[in-house]
Ligand binder design. Sequence first.
Ligand SMILES: *Cc1c(COP(=O)(O)O)cnc(C)c1O
Length: 503
Amino acid sequence: MSIDNIDFLNLLENEETLDPENWDELKTLGHEMVDVMLDFLKNQRKYPAWRKPGDDVKNFLSESLPQESEARNKVFHDFVNNILPYSKGNVHPRYWAWVEGGGTPFGMLADMLASGMNPNLGIGDHAAMYVELQVLNWIKEFLGFSSEASGLLVSGGSVANFTALTVARNSIDAEIRTKGLFEARSRLTIYGSTETHSCVQKSIETLGLGSDSFIKIPVDKDYKIDLKELQQAISKDKKRGRLPFCIVGNAGTVNTGAIDPLNELAVLAKREKLWFHVDGAFGAFAAVVNELKKEIQGLHEADSLALDLHKWMCMPYETGCVLIKNKELHRKAFQLDPPYLTSHERGLPAGPESFGNYGLQLSRGFRALKVWMSLKEHGSEKYKRIIKQNIAQAKYLEYLIRQSDKLELMAPVSLNIVCFRFSNPELTTKELNALNREILMTLHERGIAIPTYTFLGNKYVLRVANVNHRSRKEDFEMLVKAVAEIGNILLEEGFIKRPMVVD
Ligand SMILES: *Cc1c(COP(=O)(O)O)cnc(C)c1O
């Protein structure tokens, strides 16, 4: 059998398309969809912060592949009944889990427009390409990053870090692209604090360097990288014939929001001739807060910067961004010119240089549109105020925790992340860990608020990462009250299985 067996003339008597037969009907449904979604966002405060998807939902979502067409109306209502109510919660005012932005209504609509146009931003002379170039310039301007830098919108911080570290790796040895690491002169070594996000290690592994090449440097009591230890590690590695090539600085660690001493790291990197990369997934935006400018200044010295727009900039998922100061090195890491991608003087292939020359993806969606529309909708000043508001709320939460005799602050609040726990002097670390874990799950199950957790040393802590433009003061008051109450009740109910005094 081959395609010669396809009776093409006969088949083409009845050509089909995926477009609707009745456009007016779809228009009506489309309007209903917009209404439902805007109400969903508008009314978030009335909903529980989280609802567990029940067995009915899980069963519904295990049905097998539909073979025949279903009415669009039904498909939409299946979504409304079985998917929409069980949202992750990150659109809710009391969601502070991991570091996750809540999106915006206008951003949602922008995504619809982008999907409707459905351009592929790999290559070509079309408006969407210029939109992405423009928003990259806007992001650089907003952060005060070098206007010469090249950049790329990517899915998120992980891919942004990966892209930057690829450039860093290749910059050290021009032959890596052809010969691979097998022929590398010596073992490439990279440095970052123990608080560095796991996606950096994943990148290093994926880049073929091996996680043993990632030297994790201890942090001080403020969770910032220890410069002395870093310097010693670099010297030691040089002596033993390794090839240090990169320092990763954190502008906002995921655990506590700590900002590494970026200035000093920049100086050290320059002195040692190392690439200086900054993971600023959310914390890069501290650069727009006047009070933090000094602390984060070193960010501007970075050779590359990874950041997310779906976190603190509240753009809908997925929107990350990577900036590389040396455009030539950026291109050198990814450029290929296959015959089907060469540019022309005129026509569609005459557009700006292919974004494919600056990253792994060739086909790329129009994520730039939501960035463009959102930045226009609010202007940079409003974003600055929201970012500052989130920091102020974190300080307010710190204040509430310090006021409470049940709660204990577990790390300095240096940005927008607050780590704390329910505490009781009679309990061991193990018991406190179990108790706080139970408190967390109860908070979620009751739909009260959604912080998450981390371990600081061997201590389980509740962790609030505030990039939420919907949160208000009273939401943090509610959280603090609920944690204290749940903790007390659990103790009273004998959660800890040994005799103890509960006050
Ligand atoms: C979230 C985060 C990442 C990963 O970014 P994704 O957008 O989730 O891929 C990396 N580093 C830090 C500091 C982060 O907070």
